[in-house]
Each structure stands twice: as C-alpha cells, then as structure tokens.
Design a protein around this ligand. Structure first.
Ligand code: SAH
Length: 241
C-alpha cells in the first residue's frame, strides 16, 4: 500500500521536540504557512511526506488533520508524540501504538453512552491495522538499540487535559478498561480520519506517569528523549515502506 505511487504521508506532532530533525532530514522541502501552522512538504527517505506541528489539544489536532487531507492531499496520517502512562506495565521510555482511541472527555450522556462520539456510533475509534503493523515493526527495530524499552499496543485516551493527578487517572482507568496511555490529540485525529476515510496510526513515547510529578517528568523527557525516538522510528518507517 505505502509503495503505491500516489501515497503521501502526513506526519503530525503537537510539540516541536516531538518532530525535531525530521524537517532537516527532508529533501526538496517546501514550507507552506496556513492557519497558524507550518506544513513542510518534501521527501523523507524517498517517501512523499508533509510534516506539521498541530499545537496542543483535540481541536488543534482536528484542524491540522483536516487541512493535511483537504489542502495538502495526504493519503495517510501518522501522529507521533509523547503521552502519560495509564497502566503500571507501561513505563516512562516505553512506546505505545494505538489499536484504538477514545475521547476520554466526551460525555453526551444520557443522550448517547459516555465516551461515544455522537452520531458515529463509536466510542473506540480503530486505527489502521496495516499502518499500525508497519509502525510497530519500525518501533521494534528502533527499540532493539534502547535498553529495556518495551512496545505496547492497545487503547489510548485523548482529552483536553494534561493529566497530572493519580485520582483522576484511576477514575479514567476504571471507566476505560485496557487504557494504556493518555494524551491530548490522537483521538481527534482518529475521528477526522474515520470521517474522511483516511488510514491513520498514532505512536506515543511515554514521558510521564500522569500523576503529581507528571509536569516535571514530562518537561525533562521531551527535551532529552522524545525527539530521538520520534526521529528513529519515523526514519525506519519511511525506509521500510
Ligand atoms: N508544557 C508544554 C505543554 C505540554 S501539554 C508546553 O508548554 O509546550 C502535553 C503534551 O504532551 C500534549 O500534546 C499531550 O498530547 C502529551 N502528554 C504527555 N503527557 C500527558 C499527560 N500526562 N496528560 C495529557 N497529555 C499528555
């Protein structure tokens, strides 16, 4: 699929650190500014790509995903970034690839079940299996060089909140069995891609434990590790396609 001639991959991250180095690695890069974001189109290891920073939160991510598809003609989207852990087995420095995503702050009950995105009939938005497997392969190869980091696949929750509170996290975990990580954009991209019929995947490196020390851990982690992981995994992903 990814080797088809017309494939054009959109690469979204929220923060600059999550995408550091990718723009420099691009050949034939052309930057377009639109709606307060820079979209850089070019070739990454021979793959036709458009890289962009979405800014933070669900609306920001949705706006960016729609623009990538409608204005820049991407055929696939990968979101790469960091997230808080929502499971004891998922440790800082591990990587999580979403099998499905939920908007954990969506609640139109009693009109619709809690978490269901109204009028889609879905609370758990599935990511593309093939893209997910390709990313998993790239991540596994990359992580072989990283001491003890583990790859997990499962449920990621997104909401317009930086979770830094053990009680709040515990409540989310009990409402959403199997929740592996929390972040602020993935499930918004998932909804856009579901509605537009665009295959997508979300990959997150764990930066913190979504508890009281999350803010400090997060700041330290994004600066030291996040960009190296994102670059290493995306490079392998583009090369193998
Ligand atoms: N301090 C940062 C803001 C970071 S918001 C700044 O000023 O730029 C946190 C970002 O990392 C979001 O994009 C979110 O997707 C992800 N994230 C990491 N840990 C998170 C957590 N515990 N809860 C929610 N989002 C988290």
């Amino acid at each position: 699929m990814l080797t088809e001639k017309k494939t054009r991959l959109g690469i979204i991250s929220a923060l600059a650190e999550e995408q550091e180095g990718l723009i420099h690695a691009m050949t034939d890069a052309v930057r377009h500014t639109h709606g307060m974001r820079d979209y850089t189109a070019g070739k990454l290891w021979n793959m036709d790509t458009v890289a962009v920073l979405s800014r933070i939160g669900k609306v920001a991510a949705a706006m960016t995903a729609v623009t990538l598809v409608e204005k820049f003609g991407v055929t696939h989207i990968v979101f790469t970034g960091v997230a808080g852990s929502a499971d004891r087995a998922v440790q800082v420095g591990d990587v999580v690839i979403a099998e499905s995503l939920v908007q954990h702050d969506m609640d139109a009950s009693p009109l619709f079940p809690r978490f269901e995105v109204p009028l889609t009939g879905l609370s758990h938005l599935p990511s593309d299996l093939e893209l997910g497997s390709r990313l998993a392969h790239a991540a596994t190869t990359f992580l072989e060089g990283e001491n003890g980091a583990t790859l997990h696949r499962g449920l990621i929750g997104s909401g317009d909140q930086f979770i830094h509170d053990g009680v709040r996290l515990a409540a989310l975990k009990s409402a959403l069995p199997g929740l592996l990580a929390v972040e602020m954009e993935g499930a918004a991209v998932a909804q856009v891609c579901f509605e537009l019929g665009i295959p997508f995947a979300v990959i997150r490196t764990i930066s913190d434990n979504a508890n009281e020390s999350a803010a400090t851990d997060f700041m330290h982690f994004v600066k030291t590790v996040a960009s190296r992981y994102a670059f290493g995994i995306i490079e392998r992903f583009c090369r193998q396609a």
